[in-house]
Ligand binder design. Structure first.
Ligand code: BES
Ligand code: MN
Ligand code: ZN
Length: 500
């Protein structure tokens, strides 16, 4: 697995630090340079640097280099600060240094309700660093030679120490969860099959409060999960229903349940996908990876909540044994489904996983899935889609996305769309035609989310990138983790009582 980055908090005067690299805005950088008798040198570097690009200047002494990202006119908007942080983090990760101190709290940022505090700025900076410093080289025959950036301290100004320390604690926990999610999702599909996912999930049990159980196909069969099992029929890799539980609160505290789509490879089955970019369908388990990642982050942060991650893991393959278009299966809920397209497999896994989730008497259930190509058409790569049967839950998820910079946007779940799922032969069909494909997929799931507060996140556009920067993003782990933090901060705003 990718190496761990450890961040810490640093107080005191930056000019007195010892570090490979000090990251600071122009004014602070010049102040530090001054104390090294290198002001003229650094001024020259800054003057020669291309506009809007970070400047790197060597210093003679305890601080080896100065990295000066362009900040621009303050106060910055949140988006400008994110951009600035991303630029600094990318430049820092590209330097051949192993330690750094980052001064980002003297930058003024205008938020919706006044200035953003040191906690938010530190979290935002660490999120950028987490993204910039991540590498996946598990499958390269030679490990990279250079040592990665492993120690970064965030500078806390006077009176900011506690805020920054808490942000660092949360940032480190999120980084651990994100890395876990990304490593799982980036693994090749000949390695990452349902049994391998279960083995990886078992490692979560090393954290205090975490237990992991896995149901095999016989156990799912006995329960009556006919829709789930229909997906795996064509595969030689047995399906698994993985249940990771983190108990950070009292036994009677209703858990938050995250359900993740874990299709370790989606060929489409008998409704075979076209060949182009089919390799990317190894990312069809990103929902499961990020649900597990969020649980890891919560456990590392020792959050006072109960959380369950249910990972619905199966491989969707064509074979003589595979499900056919026209097959009718009986779900765990008792409803029957006509499979009109075997490529609409995610909802077949999730419908049974949602019914299964009900046994935990959840406070809320949030499922996460790379569910539809239609969602990519609707929102692209910038926002995940949120569908919910509860307005407060939807709003809380969208807000958590805005805070964490891992944005999501609401979509309708109106009754009007349900008719597209009518079947002549079963209770419901598994596809609703081309119009509003992301919505009809959510409508299908909604039929299995009765009696509890539920949200569905379609992350088909956000969970991974294709092309040159191909790889898992770890989204929406940051949003999910922030949602948990927000629940703790305002239990009244997110009632823990029973479902509607
Ligand atoms: N895993 C895909 C959805 C997907 C497509 C994710 C592209 C990321 C990028 C899903 O299982 C699927 O194949 N959905 C079908 C549904 C259709 C048959 C109703 C789709 O979107 O085409
Ligand atoms: Mn599919
Ligand atoms: Zn799929």
């Amino acid at each position: 697995m990718a190496s761990i980055m450890r961040c810490s908090t640093k107080t005191g005067s930056p000019a007195e630090f010892t570090t490979d690299c000090l990251v600071a805005g122009r004014e602070r950088a010049l102040e530090v340079a001054e104390s090294f008798d290198a002001r003229a040198l650094v001024e020259q570097c800054l003057a020669q640097a291309p506009e809007n690009a970070p400047t790197v200047a060597a210093l003679p002494g305890r601080i080896k280099t100065l990295l000066v990202p362009p900040v621009g006119r303050q106060p910055l908007s949140e988006a400008q600060f994110r951009k600035c942080a991303a630029q600094a983090a990318t430049a820092l990760a590209a330097l051949r240094v192993t330690s750094a101190v980052w001064c980002l709290n003297d930058i003024k940022v205008a938020g919706a309700n006044g200035q953003r505090d040191a906690y938010w700025k530190t979290r935002t900076g660490l999120a950028a660093l987490s993204t910039a410093a991540y590498r996946y080289h598990e499958q390269k025959s030679k490990a990279p030679k250079r040592r990665p950036l492993s120690r970064v301290a965030i500078h806390a100004g006077p009176g900011e120490r506690n805020q920054v320390a808490l942000a660092v604690r949360h940032g480190n926990a999120l980084d651990a969860g994100l890395r876990f999610a990304r490593d799982l999702a980036n693994a090749p599909p000949n390695v990452c099959n349902p049994a391998w996912l279960a083995a990886q999930a078992n490692t979560l049990a090393a954290h205090a409060g975490v237990t992991v159980e896995t149901l095999d196909e016989a156990e799912m069969e006995a329960l009556g999960m006919g829709a789930f099992l229909s997906v795996t029929r064509g595969s030689d890799a047995p399906a698994k229903l993985i249940v990771a539980r983190y108990q950070g609160a009292g036994e009677s505290d209703a858990p938050v349940v995250f359900v993740g789509k874990g299709v370790t490879f989606d060929t489409g089955g008998i409704s075979l996908k076209p060949g182009a970019a089919m390799d990317e369908m190894k990312f069809d388990m990103c929902g499961a990876a990020t649900a597990a990642g969020a649980l890891k982050a919560a456990a590392v942060a020792e959050l006072p909540i109960n959380l369950i991650a249910i990972l619905a893991a199966a491989e969707n393959m064509p074979s003589g044994n595979a499900s056919r278009p026209g097959d009718i299966v009986t779900t765990l809920s008792g409803q029957t489904v006509e499979i009109l397209n075997t490529d609409a497999e995610g909802r077949l896994l999730l419908c049974d996983a949602l019914t299964f989730a009900k046994r935990y008497k959840p406070a809320v259930v949030v499922d996460v899935a790379t569910l539809t190509g239609a969602c990519v058409i609707a929102l692209g790569a910038h926002a995940s889609a949120v569908f919910a049967n509860d307005d407060a839950l939807s709003a809380a998820l969208i807000a958590a996305g805005a805070t964490s910079g891992d944005r999501a946007w609401p979509m309708p779940l109106w009754e009007d769309y349900q008719a597209q799922l009518d079947s002549n032969f079963a209770d419901v069909a598994n596809i609703g035609g081309r119009p509003a494909g992301a919505i009809t997929a959510a409508c299908f799931l909604s039929r299995f989310a009765k009696g509890f507060k539920w949200a569905h996140m379609d992350v088909a556009g956000t969970a991974y990138r294709g092309g040159k920067a191909k790889g898992a993003t770890g989204r929406p782990t940051p949003l999910l983790f922030q949602y948990l933090l927000d629940r703790i901060a305002s239990p009244a705003a997110v009632p823990k009582r029973k479902a509607p």
